[in-house]
Design a protein around this ligand. Structure first.
Ligand code: ADP
Length: 161
């Protein structure tokens, strides 16, 4: 059984993430989407909310499990017997950061491969932070996130006002 891990903050999950997860599902028998809980970024959503949004948005994929994890991605991947860590690349600007991360992970565990997938062109500009910014002003985010995620965003910003 070929297993992979898609780690990230997913704050919140966008169609750009779903595109990568979906394509990982075609390549691997099982995909663990791992929500990072020890991030330096201060997330808008709790880990539980991020997991819920991911579960809703990936419910059409039968070989996905969404979980949270703390600590090193390579440790998590090993625990899951994963062959690879899957990451998405949007633009050259992602490259340096991802390159360093992959090199670090390879140093920590040479047995776990990092696989990069180029984003589909329609999502190349899409990021969770841009979506949050638009939603915070009540703008339409329906092209970038599911209806349910949009509702999570609007209610979070309503509660903050
Ligand atoms: P992190 O904080 O670890 O970068 P993110 O939730 O921002 O977590 O992203 C998780 C993964 O999804 C990363 O590999 C990132 O490059 C990828 N990703 C994010 N947005 C897109 C997108 N629009 N298209 C393709 N990949 C994306």
């Amino acid at each position: 059984m070929k297993i992979s891990v898609c780690p990230g903050s997913f704050d919140p999950v966008t169609y750009g993430h779903v595109d990568i997860i979906q394509r990982a599902c075609d390549l691997f028998d099982h995909v663990y989407v791992a929500v990072l809980s020890n991030t330096n970024k201060s997330p808008l959503f709790t880990v539980e909310e991020r997991i819920k949004m991911l579960e809703i948005t990936t419910k059409h994929l039968s070989n996905v499990t969404v979980e949270s994890f703390e600590g090193l991605v390579v440790e998590y991947a090993k625990k899951k017997s994963a062959l690879a860590i899957v990451r998405g690349l949007r633009a050259v600007t992602d490259f340096e950061y991802e390159f360093k991360l992959a090199a670090m992970n390879r140093n920590l565990d040479p047995e776990i491969e990092t696989v990069f997938m180029m984003t589909s062109s329609e999502y190349s500009f899409l990021s969770s932070s841009a979506v949050k910014e638009v939603a915070s002003f009540g703008g339409d985010v329906s092209k970038w996130v599911s209806e349910e995620v949009a509702e999570f965003l609007y209610s979070k910003f309503r509660a903050r006002k």
